[in-house]
Design a protein around this ligand. Structure first.
Ligand code: 4AD
Ligand code: MG
Length: 465
């Protein structure tokens, strides 16, 4: 058997070795029986397409096994690859031997050949990866992750593994999950008492990170440009199609960089990722363009145009001038709601929009105060259909102003001595941003619910598998 090459279907289909004897391994998608043979459609998850296998009734186990195969069975097939006489079917494998790794009880196997709703598939996180759409999603997600590392590494950014457990609530939004080894049952038994975190595992209250930014800032001011790409946690009770309690965030941080440079990098990164995925996953994108969102490829093409850039104040003027009624009233100082963001990207500019210089009152303490003393050097990238995909800023590098902003925002200096030290010892202008990885995958696939672009979504009330 040594001369038989075991190949994955994406390789076989893209460059068919006609006449070769091949071994494939995968799962049965569907089967159709003819008079003296059966057609098996077998997939192995390497591409959208399956390979058609012809199983002749002369095979030794045809009656005993092959005729009994049903969707989901796992198989090893050895056969000869030939051009199919049928239309629309370029290659088929004439089986010489088929063996079954595992049966899939047809009375209980929940996946069917017909399309099943994304809502239903969400109830099967352990099996939905076998469907065409979830397979395509996971391949796109994986490629994007690779392309992100490639983008930064090529540009001399160093990856920093920032901690998952931390004591600083970077965004100051009080959305941290607490990490504790205290005995909760015992605490509940004496509820009058205040929890004494000095007796906890870390000697103080700790939680899961909401952003690796503050830690990344320390290394940007040591080794130059850095990035972190890791899991991020927010106990945010928003049950929307764009929020997860556990998501992945890409956070570059650049020393000697201002807001302008920050926006340039954000634009370059998004354009690079879209171009990369168009070139590397055309078949997977084609599936989403055909079955999920017919405008997908056209929308991705708009990303190669320069992004529209405007200030928050200009955005507010546009919203005030709009004839569209908004549920949340518009005035200078409000945080933009998704209906406002959608108006800017989908109705007004028909493409990505970068909004900069937000009012200081709605942004965290670390953002650099502008000369007008009313706004900070913040920027958000908004994209069609999604809204905010990136949030970033130039950081406040001036010690006295940072301390003032902390005092104004009620941020305890004692807890951020190390962060203040960075302004005391060789401070430099620096800037960075966070790209929500799942929002990126949503945009690239055209899928509409963030629960469908991460293998195991964590949302309020849901973390089982
Ligand atoms: O705008 P955010 O909160 O920014 C920060 O955390 C900064 N510290 C980043 C930085 O400057 N290094 O979050 C950044 C991005 C958002 O634009 C959004 O794409 C995504 O993270 N995001 C979420 N994605 C999924 N579910 C959630 N609950 C998210 N919250 C934020
Ligand atoms: Mg934000």
């Amino acid at each position: 058997m040594t001369d038989i090459s075991s190949q994955r279907l994406n390789k076989i289909i893209s460059n068919p070795p006609w006449g070769a004897t091949l071994e494939i391994k995968g799962w049965l998608k569907s089967k159709r029986d003819a008079k003296d043979f059966s057609f098996l459609d077998v997939g192995d998850g390497s591409c959208v397409q399956g390979l058609q296998v012809i199983a002749d009734s002369s095979l030794a186990n045809y009656q005993s096994e092959i005729k009994k195969l049903t969707s989901g069975c796992s198989l090893r097939i050895v056969g000869v690859l030939q051009k199919s006489p049928a239309k629309g079917q370029s290659a088929e494998l004439i089986a010489q031997a088929i063996s079954v790794y595992g049966w899939a009880d047809p009375d209980h196997y929940p996946l069917q050949k017909k399309r099943q709703s994304f809502e239903f598939l969400r109830t099967l996180p352990h099996l939905r990866g076998r469907t065409n759409s979830m397979g395509a999603m996971i391949r796109i997600r994986s490629r994007l992750s690779y392309a992100i590392h490639h983008f930064f590494q090529e540009r001399g950014f160093h990856q920093i593994h920032t901690p998952v457990i931390t004591t600083s609530d970077c965004e100051g939004a009080g959305e941290m999950f607490t990490v504790t080894s205290l005995d909760l049952d015992q605490l509940m038994a004496s509820p009058a008492q205040q929890v004494d975190f000095s007796k906890d595992f870390f000697g103080q209250k700790a939680g899961l990170t909401v952003s690796g930014q503050l830690e990344a800032e320390t290394y940007a001011q040591a080794v130059g440009n850095v990035y972190t790409f890791g899991p991020t946690f927010r106990a945010e009770n928003s049950n929307t199609s764009r929020h997860l309690a556990e998501f992945w965030m890409v956070e570059p941080e650049m020393a000697f960089c201002d807001l302008e440079g920050d926006m340039d990098l954000a634009e370059e990164l998004l354009q690079y990722l879209v171009a990369d995925i168009l070139a590397s996953c055309p078949e997977d994108l084609g599936l989403f363009n055909s079955f999920v969102d017919k405008g997908l490829l056209a929308r991705l093409a708009t990303m190669q145009e320069p992004f529209q850039r405007l200030t928050y104040s200009e955005a507010i003027d546009h919203l005030l001038a709009s004839k569209q009624p908004f549920e949340y009233p518009v005035s200078w100082g409000i945080d933009l709601h998704s209906e406002h963001e959608k108006y800017l990207t989908d109705s007004l500019f028909h493409g990505p929009v970068m909004v900069s210089n937000y009012p200081k009152g709605i942004k965290p303490f670390y953002m650099r105060l502008n000369d007008d003393c009313k706004t900070v050097a913040a920027m958000d990238v908004l994209i069609p259909g999604i809204g905010e995909i990136i949030g970033g800023s130039q950081r406040e590098e001036r010690l006295d102003i940072l301390q003032q902003r902390m005092a104004d925002g009620g941020v305890a200096e004692e807890e951020y001595q190390w962060y203040i030290d960075l302004r005391r010892f060789g401070t430099v202008p620096h800037a960075g941003f966070g790209l929500g990885f799942e929002r990126l995958v949503l945009f690239i696939t055209g899928l509409s619910n963030i629960r469908d672009v991460i293998p195991f979504p964590r949302t309020p009330g849901s973390a089982a598998l």
